[in-house]
Design a protein around this ligand. Structure first.
Ligand code: XMP
Length: 180
């Protein structure tokens, strides 16, 4: 796996520190909420991020999921997002925090936010680890952002290429030969 890495964009230590800060900000935001929090993670890219984030949240937290597919097989070009299966979370009347790995064109989050909003949550906020700021549209609101990144295809810390590299602890860029 290491032989396929061209460069590390965000090392694991930097991710860990930022995830702690994000958890602190999220905790402050929901400090007055007696019912706690419902986290809805976008599968599968956000699983590593969510696993780390929730262990720094000292508030009552339930976890649900929504599955969205944008990429199939060996491609770095989104085919446009589609919901897979149903929303695995009862979000009506809950304080919902939608969590994804990255906002690129924003299509995935727009779809997930609309799906959740239709279920009547008490509140709906969104958290992403990474944002490509030059591409993310202004109409898709994101409340918590870990890092802004340049417009390159990234892998690691949950993000994949053709299903691989999710277990890489850093966020990295692959060597061009991997895409051949
Ligand atoms: P959109 O364009 O809908 O993209 O905002 C969000 C989803 O697309 C995937 N994505 C990436 N996956 N490296 C990845 O491994 C990337 O650079 C990348 N950009 C977008 C990701 O699944 C995200 O949920």
């Amino acid at each position: 796996m290491q032989a396929d890495i061209d460069r590390i964009l965000i090392p694991s230590g930097q991710i860990a520190a930022r995830v702690k800060q994000l958890a602190h900000d999220i905790t402050q935001t929901y400090a007055d909420s007696e019912q706690g929090l419902m986290i809805v993670c976008v599968l599968s890219g956000s699983i590593v991020f969510v696993a780390d984030l929730i262990r720094h949240l000292p508030i009552k937290t339930k976890i649900g999921s929504i599955a969205v597919s944008s990429y199939k097989g060996k491609t770095t070009r989104s085919l446009g997002p589609a919901l897979i299966g149903r929303l695995e979370a009862d979000v009506a009347g809950r304080n919902v925090l939608l969590v994804d790995d990255i906002i690129d064109t924003g299509q995935t989050l727009r779809l997930a936010q609309n799906e959740l909003a239709a279920q009547g949550p008490a509140s709906l906020r969104t958290c992403v680890l990474l944002r490509k700021p030059h591409r993310a549209p202004r109409d898709v609101r994101v409340d918590f952002v870990g890092f802004d990144v340049e417009d390159v295809f990234v892998v690691g810390y949950g993000l994949d290429y053709d299903g691989d590299y999710r277990n890489l602890p850093d966020v990295a860029v692959l060597k061009p030969h991997v895409y051949d």
